[in-house]
Design a protein around this ligand. Structure first.
Ligand code: AN7
Length: 356
C-alpha cells in the first residue's frame, strides 16, 4: 500500500483561498487551524426533545479556541505588510492565539489583559508563547480602547477583531458547518462577547448562499451573559460581571455587526444567567463528552432557553458553536464539578466506594 497525502488539512487560508483576501504563500502563518468537528448531541432528548443539535467544537483548534481562524489571517496579513509586532486586548483567548501565531511568525506580541480576570489556561499560553503580557488594572473595554490608540500611533498591528482580516478568517467556520450538513442549519446559536464571531458567521453564511453553494440561511441566535449584556440592554455596561470571563465585555467592538446578523437573519440576541451557563457547561461535559469553557456553554444555555419558550420545534437543525476548550479554565471546572473521593490505598475501601 502506498502512503498518500490526500485529504490532509493545510489550515483555513489554504483551505478556503478563493473566499479570502489574498495572502502570498510565503506570508502564510498557520498552525493548521480549522476543520473542526461538528458533533451530534445525542443525550439531551429529555431537555431538547427531537431537535437535531450539532456542536461545532472550536476547542480543538491549535490554541484551543475559534480565535485561531481569524489569527492566521491577521498575523499573515501583518507579515505580508512587513509588520514586526502585533497587539491585542483580550479576555484571554485572543491573547493566547495572538501569542502563538506571532511566535510562529517570529514577530513580537503585546497582549493587554484585565488583571486577575482571565482564565489560567489562557494566561499560561500567552506567557509560554513569549508574548509581553501587560496586566492592566482595568477592564477589557478599557484595555481595548488603549490598544486602538496605540495602533494609531505606533508601528504595531492590531489583531483584535476590529482588524477585518480576523472576521474574514472566522467566517470559515460557517463554511465548514454548511459542508458538514449539506446546507445551512435552521438556527445557529453562539456566545456573544465582543461580537466579532457572530458577525463573521453571518458573513460566511451569506457568502455561501450568494455564491449558490447553499440555498438557505440560518437564524442567528446570539447569547450574552446576564451581567454582561450590553447589546440586549441597549447600552454599554460599565462593570460587566459573569462567571464566563471570556465574554465579560461591556462595550462590544462589533455591536453593529451583531445587530445586522440578528436583524437580517430574523434571529435574536438574548441573555442567559450564570446558573444557566454553568448548567449547560456541566451537561455538555458529563452527557456529551465535550468539554468546553463556560462562555462557550452560553450557546447551549440559549438553546435550552429557546426550547422552553417554544421557539424551537422538533426537526429543527440547530448548531451551537462551542468557542473554546474546557481546559482553558480549570478553576471553574474544579469549582463546579463533583469532587474527587479521597480514599486510602486499600482495595477493600476502594471497591466499597465504587459501589461493588
Ligand atoms: C471562548 O479573547 O474577546 O463575540 O479577547 O473567548 O467574537 O468576542 C474572547 C471572546 C466567546 C466571544 N467564547 O466571541 C478575547 C475575546 C469564547 C471567547 C467569545 C470569546 P466574540
Amino acid at each position: 500500500m502506498q502512503l498518500t497525502r490526500k485529504g490532509l488539512w493545510e489550515g483555513v487560508i489554504r483551505g478556503y483561498r478563493e473566499f479570502l483576501p489574498r495572502v502570498n504563500d510565503e506570508s502564510i502563518v498557520t498552525l493548521k487551524e480549522g476543520n473542526t468537528p461538528l458533533i451530534e448531541a445525542v443525550n439531551l432528548k429529555d431537555i431538547l426533545g427531537d431537535i437535531r443539535l450539532l456542536l461545532k467544537y472550536e476547542g480543538v483548534n491549535p490554541t484551543g479556541s475559534f480565535k485561531d481562524r481569524g489569527m492566521t489571517m491577521a498575523v499573515s496579513g501583518a507579515k505580508q505588510e512587513g509588520s514586526q509586532a502585533v497587539i491585542c486586548a483580550s479576555t484571554g483567548n485572543t491573547s493566547a492565539s495572538a501569542a502563538a501565531y506571532a511566535a510562529k511568525a517570529s514577530m513580537k506580541a503585546f497582549v493587554l489583559v484585565p488583571e486577575g480576570a482571565i482564565a489560567k489556561g489562557k494566561l499560561s499560553q500567552a506567557m509560554m508563547h513569549g508574548a509581553m503580557v501587560l496586566e492592566v488594572k482595568g477592564s477589557f473595554d478599557e484595555a481595548l480602547a488603549i490598544v486602538i490608540e496605540i495602533t494609531a500611533n505606533y508601528p504595531v498591528t492590531m489583531v483584535n477583531s476590529l482588524n477585518p482580516l480576523r472576521i474574514e478568517g472566522q467566517k470559515t467556520a460557517a463554511f465548514e458547518v454548511c459542508e458538514h450538513l449539506g446546507h445551512a442549519p435552521t438556527y445557529h446559536f453562539i456566545p456573544v462577547g465582543n461580537a466579532g464571531n457572530i458577525t463573521a458567521y453571518w458573513k460566511g453564511y451569506k457568502e455561501y448562499r450568494s455564491k449558490g453553494i447553499t440555498s438557505n440561511l440560518p437564524k442567528m441566535m446570539g447569547f450574552q451573559a446576564e451581567g454582561a449584556a450590553p447589546i440586549v440592554r441597549g447600552e454599554p455596561v460599565t462593570d460587566p460581571r459573569t462567571v464566563a470571563s471570556a465574554i465579560r465585555i461591556g462595550n462590544p467592538a462589533s455591536w453593529k455587526g451583531a445587530l445586522e446578523a440578528r436583524d437580517e437573519s430574523e434571529g435574536t440576541i438574548d441573555m442567559v444567567s450564570d446558573e444557566e451557563i454553568l448548567e449547560a457547561y456541566g451537561l455538555l461535559s458529563s452527557r456529551e463528552g465535550v468539554f468546553c469553557e463556560p462562555a462557550s456553554a452560553a450557546s447551549l444555555a440559549g438553546v435550552i432557553k429557546k426550547k422552553k419558550e417554544d421557539v424551537l420545534s422538533d426537526g429543527d437543525t440547530v448548531v451551537c458553536t462551542l468557542t473554546g476548550h474546557g481546559l482553558k479554565d480549570p478553576d471553574i471546572a474544579i469549582e463546579t464539578a463533583r469532587e474527587p473521593v479521597k480514599v486510602a490505598a486499600d482495595i477493600d475501601k476502594i471497591v466499597e466506594v465504587m459501589g461493588f
